[in-house]
Write a protein that binds this ligand. Sequence first.
Ligand SMILES: [Mg+2]
Length: 303
Amino acid sequence: MVEEFSFINWIRGRTDLDAENFPVGPGDDCAVMRVGGQLLLVTTDQCCDGVHFVLQQCGARQAGYKGMARSLSDIAAMGGEPMAAVATVAMPRGMDDSQAEQLYLGLRCAGDAFRCPIIGGDVSVWNNPLLLTVTMLGRPVAAKPILRSGAVTGDAICVTGSLGGSQVSGKHLSFTPRIEEARELVFRYPIHAMIDISDGLASDLGHICRESAAGADLWAEAIPISTEAAGREDPLAAALGDGEDYELLFTLADGDAKKLLADQPLEVPVTRIGTITAAKELHLLGKDGKVALWVETGFRHRT
Ligand SMILES: [Mg+2]
């Protein structure tokens, strides 16, 4: 089976972009290209029936909402605001007009909430489950986008909202993309690195660490655990590994984090959950001492 991240790394090894026009290529939440002196964010996300949603359970409208919201979340993760989207759908042969309309209305519901019009797309019919692909364009709200690679040793690691149990709560379908929160954070504080939590806290923090050639100490007791995850046998494991929380995970200097935590400027709480370290290892610090979640093995060429 193809392993997603090693495949992306394989592609990155074969990607040779002109950095002036394409400052960020594959491997971040969005690619970045320069158009007429402006930086443009580009992201694309697939939603497959049976993988990202179960159409029979959630309905076409919710599937459409999720398709759009996932791309919005990636724009937010770059410290961006959305500009427009194009959507492509391959519909199963049995899908009727009403379901197709609900799918579109779901896309619109998420897009309209963040002033992101759907400006085009493509529709086809096939003998397979529903496949929805949303491509979105955006722009950074500040001078530059926030990348995964910007974390600095000593940075505070912070997260919005609470984590874990998104499959049980339905948050993975109905989450609010953190567009407004990202804008507020980027305007008010010098954010160094950011990602949206799609794969899970441990995995997504791993992405920030690898891209920043750094490591992290995570404070187990500080991690905000959702109500749904709190009821589970191992709430901490759920918060670390469940994924699809679509919260923002970001780093900033210690002093700026103190100010942010005192201000609490967002509608959702911001929590500090650890510190970026120089060691290329991810550690969980808890009652049981220090547990290594991830250790970089060997030398990785960075350009
Ligand atoms: Mg992302």
